[in-house]
Design a protein around this ligand. Structure first.
Ligand SMILES: NC(=O)c1ccc[n+]([C@@H]2O[C@H](COP(=O)([O-])OP(=O)(O)OC[C@H]3O[C@@H](n4cnc5c(N)ncnc54)[C@H](O)[C@@H]3O)[C@@H](O)[C@H]2O)c1
Length: 346
């Protein structure tokens, strides 16, 4: 059976990739320093929540390596002999990127560079996570009009040729785009089989969420615990949210096809939902009304993103399956089952 190295394997998305490959019978290594950056500002997580995904993966027979992607020698040692690298380790939040730009740069740029070097040295295919933060907010935000519960845009979807870094950019925009430039460079120069996935908002079980990363989980957890939630801006911000197992399957689709390049990976038009609409869906799912507060818009926020996923469909044969009603139900079920991981405090 093949062997996969999942960087950030104990994170939200990484844990779903590990689980998918264990179910296929692969040998799986989750390589994670357990930084779990959401703990820095998430008041509702108990300390033991940090180890939830790690314990879950151990129970499935995943090999856990507690190590840092910035440590190239250790990373190289674990990559040797692997058949595939799924790179999900990251500093993923905008706020932490300006509070600690060194952490952001070293993790997202140097870390990704090290992972690419491992892929080059051992000739291993690799798929890596970018995010819609590579676009920058100004151009897309300027193209929107407002309806009652959502921002709208014509054309509705955005494809991979959308210009990058438009307008005001934060260190996260810069680090995510730089990493992707290196991926393109390693594809062109060293002919490695690499993909950069521009991921929309992802959600699902094993996600602890927060105000600046993982907003669907943040809203759902707060609803279940009876805690207030804050919307920054109007709440009409729109995303084509994507359920975690669909993203895991996109990683597998790349392994099977190995067509290098940059891919939008999102739910597309079928899963478009605004923050206000998502809160209504969560309320309907739990039967409880969310306690919603509003605050002003945040610096650097992109108000709208809906992926044109036709390239991923065409080249990778991938398309998402889970619609928001089903995915939110599964997320809520997971929160209810794991209420012991959360503190009911604001
Ligand atoms: N969750 C989303 O909605 C979303 C949206 C777009 C893009 N992404 C991207 O997908 C990827 C995964 O996101 P996630 O939500 O699973 O994040 P996550 O924070 O849940 O997982 C990342 C994991 O990486 C680990 N990690 C961080 N720094 C590390 C380092 N230096 N060495 C080793 N491990 C390290 C963390 O401990 C964590 O377990 C990230 O690149 C993120 O930017 C996520």
């Amino acid at each position: 059976m093949p062997k996969v190295l999942v960087t950030g394997g104990c994170g939200f998305l990484g844990s779903h990739i590990c689980e998918m490959y264990r179910k296929k019978g692969w040998d799986v290594i989750a390589y994670d320093n357990l930084a779990k950056h959401e703990f820095a500002r998430n008041v509702y997580m108990k300390p033991e929540a940090r180890f939830h995904n790690k314990k879950l993966l151990e129970s499935m027979g995943v090999e856990i390596v507690v190590a840092d992607i910035r440590d190239k020698d250790i990373l190289m040692r674990w990559a040797d002999g692997c058949d595939y690298i799924c790179h999900t380790a990251a500093q993923p939040t905008m706020t932490m990127s300006w509070e600690d730009p060194v952490l952001d740069f070293t993790t997202n740029v140097i870390g990704t560079f090290n992972v690419l070097e491992a892929a080059r040295k051992y000739n291993i295919p690799i798929a890596s996570c970018n995010s819609v933060h590579c676009y920058g907010p100004d151009k897309i935000n300027s193209e929107l009009s407002e309806e009652l519960t959502r921002y709208v845009k014509s054309p509705v979807t955005i494809n991979e040729s959308e210009p990058l870094l438009q307008g005001v950019v934060t260190p996260l925009h810069a680090s995510k785009s730089s990493a992707e430039h290196y991926i393109q460079c390693y594809i062109d120069t060293f002919k490695i089989k690499a993909a950069s996935f521009r991921l929309t908002g992802i959600y699902g079980p094993n996600q602890f969420g927060g105000e600046d990363h993982g907003w669907v989980a943040n809203f759902a957890i707060r609803n279940v615990l009876g805690l207030p939630l804050t919307i920054f801006g109007t709440g009409k911000q729109l995303r084509d949210i994507l359920y975690a197992t669909d993203v895991a399957e996109a990683f597998d689709a790349f392994y099977r096809t190995q067509k290098p390049g940059i891919y939008n990976i999102g739910g597309g038009e079928k899963t478009m939902i605004s923050l206000l609409e998502c809160i209504s869906l969560i309320d309907k799912t739990t039967g409880k009304k969310s306690d919603v507060k509003f605050d002003k818009d945040r610096f650097g926020d992109l108000r709208y993103y809906v992926s044109d996923i036709s390239k991923a469909k065409r080249e990778l044969g991938w398309e998402p399956k889970v619609l928001p009603a089903e995915g939110v139900q599964k997320l809520v079920d997971w929160i209810n089952k794991n209420e012991n991981l959360f503190i009911k405090t604001n």
